[in-house]
Design a protein around this ligand. Structure first.
Ligand code: FAD
Length: 353
C-alpha cells in the first residue's frame, strides 16, 4: 500500500490537516467529473469512464456522487469513488479495494460535522451504514457505528436509562459521535462508552476498552490513531433513571429555541475556548458578528456559533467566513477560536491551508 495516500496508516490521511486551523486557500477550480478520458477511434468522440465499478457485491460510483448530498451543510463537489457499506464484511472489502488501487479514503456518517470542498475529494468516500442495535443487558447497548446517534439517545432515554439524553438532538451517527466525542448539556459520548470496536488498516477487528481510550473536549484518540480504518461499533453502559426522558425533552426544547435546527448547518463551528469562562457563540455575538455574510453563508442570528448555508454557498464562502469570524473574535477579545468541524481537503496531504 502506497504510504503517501493515507490508507496504509489512516483513513484520515491528513489528520493534522483535517483538524488544523484554517487559512484561506487559493484554489483553482476545475471540473473532474464528466471529462472524457479517451476517444473512440471510429467516431472520434470522447467517451466516459464506466460510472460504476463492482467488487465483492459493492458498487463503487465513480465521479458522480456529490458530497453536498452527504453533508448537512449541503456543500461539496464530486468524489472520485463513492460506496455505501452496511456491515463489517462490506467495510473490509471497501477498504481493501481502496488499498489495492492505492486510493485514499475517508469514512463518514451523516456528514454533520464536515466541511467538504467544492472540488470534491480525490479518493473514495465510504458512507457507513452499519446499523445494528443489541440490548446486551438492561442498560448495556451494543450499536453499529452507522446507527443514528439521536435515535440511540431517544431509545435509551425512553427505556429509562441515563447518559445519552444529550444525543437526542445530535444529527450524526454513533461512529461520528465517538470520533468527535460529541457532547452537550454537560454530557459527552466518552462518559458512557464501555468499549469501541474498530477495523484496522490491516483488516483486523479490535475491541478497545474505555480505559485504553483517552478522550478530551470534542477530542478522541481516533482522530490521530495511525492504524484506524474505521470505528465499526461500540458498547454503551448506562445507568437506570426514571427522569432521563423528561430531561431529554427539556434539552430538546432548549435546542429548538436556541439553535437554528431547521437551517443547513454543521452545528457549532468552533470549540468553546478553554478557561475563558464564556462560550464561542457568546464571543462571536459580543464581537458583533451575528448576521455577517460571505456569499451564501451567514452567521446565524439565532446562535452565533452556527454558520448557515442559506443556499448555493461554496466551501470558499464558508472558509472565508470562518476566517473573518476568527479574526473578529481575536481582534476584539484576543482569543483564538479553534474549529470543531473537520475540513476535508480535496487532495492535499501534509500542508495546512
Ligand atoms: C443541527 C446540529 C446540531 C449539532 N449539535 C451538536 C452538539 O450538540 N454536540 C456536538 O458535539 N455536535 C453537534 N453537532 C455536530 C455533529 O452532529 C456531531 O459531531 C456528530 O457526532 C457527527 O457525526 P456524523 O456521523 O455526522 O459525522 P461526520 O460528519 O460524517 O464525520 C465527522 C468526522 O468523524 C469521522 N467519522 C465518522 N464516522 C466514522 C467512523 N465510523 N469511523 C471513523 N471515523 C468516522 C469522519 O471521517 C469525520 O472526520 C451538530 C450538528 C448539527 C447539524
Amino acid at each position: 500500500m502506497a504510504s503517501h495516500i493515507g490508507p496504509a496508516t489512516s483513513p484520515y490521511p491528513y489528520p493534522q490537516l483535517l483538524h488544523a486551523p484554517f487559512g484561506l486557500p487559493s484554489l483553482t477550480l476545475r471540473a473532474r467529473s464528466n471529462k472524457p478520458i479517451a476517444s473512440c477511434p471510429s467516431c472520434n468522440l470522447g467517451y466516459q469512464r464506466a460510472r460504476v465499478e463492482q467488487r465483492n457485491g459493492l458498487k463503487f460510483e465513480r465521479g458522480t456522487k456529490l458530497l453536498k448530498d452527504l453533508s448537512t451543510w449541503g456543500i461539496g463537489g464530486p468524489c472520485d469513488y463513492f460506496v455505501q457499506v452496511f456491515d463489517n464484511t462490506q467495510l473490509v472489502a471497501a477498504v481493501r479495494f481502496c488499498q489495492e488501487k492505492s486510493i485514499r479514503f475517508i469514512v463518514i456518517g451523516n456528514g454533520s460535522n464536515c466541511l467538504f470542498d467544492d472540488e470534491g475529494f480525490e479518493g473514495c468516500v465510504i458512507l457507513n451504514r452499519i446499523k445494528f442495535l443489541e440490548r446486551v443487558r438492561p442498560g448495556i447497548y451494543r450499536v453499529g457505528s452507522g446507527f443514528r446517534f439521536n435515535l440511540l439517545g431517544l431509545k435509551c432515554s425512553n427505556e429509562g436509562f441515563a447518559g445519552l439524553e444529550f444525543a437526542g438532538g445530535i444529527p450524526g451517527t454513533v461512529g461520528g459521535a465517538i470520533y468527535t466525542n460529541a457532547g452537550a448539556n454537560g454530557q459527552e459520548t466518552a462518559d458512557v462508552i464501555d468499549s469501541v470496536d474498530i477495523l484496522t488498516t490491516e483488516s483486523k477487528l479490535k475491541r478497545l476498552g474505555r480505559n485504553e481510550l483517552e478522550f478530551g473536549y470534542r477530542k478522541s484518540p481516533f482522530q490521530c490513531m495511525k492504524d484506524l480504518a474505521a470505528i465499526v461499533g461500540a458498547t454503551f453502559r448506562l445507568q437506570r433513571s426514571g427522569s432521563a426522558r423528561s430531561r431529554q425533552l427539556e434539552h430538546l426544547e432548549r435546542r429548538r429555541i436556541s439553535q437554528p435546527i431547521r437551517e443547513r448547518s454543521a452545528g457549532s463551528v468552533f470549540r468553546n475556548p478553554h478557561n475563558a469562562g464564556v462560550s464561542a457563540g457568546k464571543l462571536i455575538e459580543d464581537a458583533g458578528l451575528k448576521g455577517m455574510r460571505v456569499g451564501g453563508v451567514i452567521v446565524s442570528e439565532v446562535h452565533a456559533n452556527f454558520l448557515i448555508n442559506t443556499g448555493g454557498s461554496s466551501s470558499q464562502d464558508m472558509l472565508h467566513l470562518i476566517e473573518l469570524v476568527k479574526g473578529g473574535v481575536l481582534m476584539r477579545f484576543g482569543i483564538e477560536l479553534e474549529e470543531e468541524i473537520s475540513y476535508i481537503h480535496p487532495r492535499k496531504s501534509s500542508q495546512t491551508l
